[in-house]
Design a protein around this ligand. Structure first.
Ligand code: SIN
Length: 303
C-alpha cells in the first residue's frame, strides 16, 4: 500500500494510522481485537523510570462525547517494560513507538538512552504533557524547557523523537516551535484537556484526583484547531490526535495539516476501528485520485 507510506522526518511508517498511548495497553491486551501488522504503529502506555502506582480511584469517568481520566501514569517502570513487553511488541510487525515520561530532563535522557539500545524500536514519544501528575506538564507548558528536554534526548538517542504536547497552554504554536527547535522529528497534537466531573448531590468530585484529562469526540474541534494553527507556522510533521472516531475525522486532521493520526479514546468503544481505518483511508485516497497520502496533508482552503 505505497499510497499510505508516510515519512515523518527520520520516521517512516507504512501508513499514517497509529494507536495512541494509554488506549491499547501493551498491545497484548488487544490481541483478540486487532491485527496489529495492519497499523502504521502502536504507542504503548507511558513508561516512567520507576514503577508508579498511579492516582487514587476512580480514575475514569464518561462525559458527554468523551471521557476524563486521571490514571497518573500507572506503570511497572522502564525495566519491566523491557523485560515483559518489548519482545512481544517488536514481534507485531508494526512500528513500535515507546512513550516515556521523566520527572526531569535527566530522567528523559536516561530512559531514551536505554531504549536506544533496541534499534528495532521505531521512535520515542516524549510525554511532556500528562495532566495527572505533579511534574507532568512542566515541560510542555514552557517553550524553553520543551526545547531543552527535546534537544537533550535528541543528543542521547539515535531514534526519531516525537514530542507529545499538551493543549493546556495559551500558545500551542510557540511550544510546537520549541519542540522543532530542539530537534523533534514530529509533534503529537494533542494530549488531553484538563477538566473535572462533579457529583453535586454528594458535593464531591467524581475522580479521586479531582481533575483529569478530557479526551474523545468532545475535544476533536479543539484538537483540529491546534493542528491547523501549528501546521501553518511550524515546519515539522504533526501527528494529529483528539477524538478521532471515523474516517471523516481522519481526513479532517489530514486536511488541517496532520501527516499522521493517532486513534485514542475510540479504541475503548471500538477496538477494531483503527485497523479498519487503514483500508478505508486507502480507498478514499484512491477515490480522490491521490497517489500518496501526503498529497492531501494541509490542503485546507481558507478565505
Ligand atoms: C495518565 O496516565 O494519567 C494519562 C497519561 C497522559 O495523559 O499523558
Amino acid at each position: 500500500m505505497s499510497r499510505l507510506n508516510v515519512q515523518l522526518n527520520r520516521l517512516r511508517l507504512a501508513n499514517p494510522i497509529l494507536v495512541a498511548s494509554g488506549t491499547f495497553g501493551y498491545a497484548g491486551e488487544m490481541t483478540a481485537f486487532a491485527n496489529f501488522s495492519v497499523l502504521g504503529g502502536v504507542i504503548p502506555k507511558t513508561i516512567t523510570p520507576q514503577p508508579r502506582a498511579g492516582n487514587p480511584t476512580p480514575r475514569t469517568v464518561e462525559t458527554a462525547s468523551g471521557m476524563l481520566n486521571s490514571i497518573g501514569l500507572d506503570n511497572d517502570g522502564l525495566e519491566a517494560f523491557i523485560s515483559k513487553h518489548l519482545d512481544y511488541l517488536l514481534s507485531l510487525g508494526t512500528a513500535v513507538i515507546a512513550n516515556i515520561a521523566g520527572s526531569n530532563a535527566d530522567e528523559f535522557v536516561e530512559m531514551a538512552a536505554r531504549l536506544s539500545q533496541y534499534d528495532k524500536l521505531a521512535a520515542i514519544e516524549l510525554n511532556i504533557s500528562c495532566p495527572n501528575v505533579s511534574h507532568g506538564v512542566d515541560y510542555g507548558t514552557d517553550p524553553a524547557k520543551t526545547a531543552d528536554v527535546v534537544s537533550k534526548v535528541r543528543a542521547a538517542s539515535s531514534l526519531p523523537i516525537i514530542a507529545k504536547l499538551t493543549p493546556n497552554v495559551t500558545n500551542i504554536v510557540q511550544i510546537a516551535q520549541a519542540a522543532a527547535d530542539g530537534g523533534a522529528d514530529a509533534v503529537s497534537l494533542v494530549n488531553t484537556f484538563q477538566g473535572m466531573a462533579i457529583n453535586w448531590r454528594k458535593r464531591k468530585p467524581v475522580l479521586g484526583n479531582i481533575i483529569g484529562g478530557l479526551s474523545g469526540p468532545a475535544i476533536k474541534p479543539l484538537a483540529l484547531r491546534m493542528v491547523w494553527q501549528v501546521a501553518k507556522k511550524v515546519q515539522i510533521p504533526i501527528i494529529g490526535v483528539g477524538g478521532i472516531s471515523n474516517i471523516d475525522d481522519v481526513m479532517e486532521f489530514l486536511v488541517a495539516g496532520a501527516s499522521a493520526v493517532q486513534i485514542g479514546t475510540a479504541n475503548f468503544f471500538d477496538p477494531t476501528l483503527a485497523t479498519r481505518l487503514v483500508g478505508q483511508l486507502d480507498e478514499l485516497l484512491a477515490q480522490e485520485g491521490l497517489q500518496n497520502v501526503s498529497e492531501i496533508v494541509g490542503t485546507l482552503k481558507t478565505p
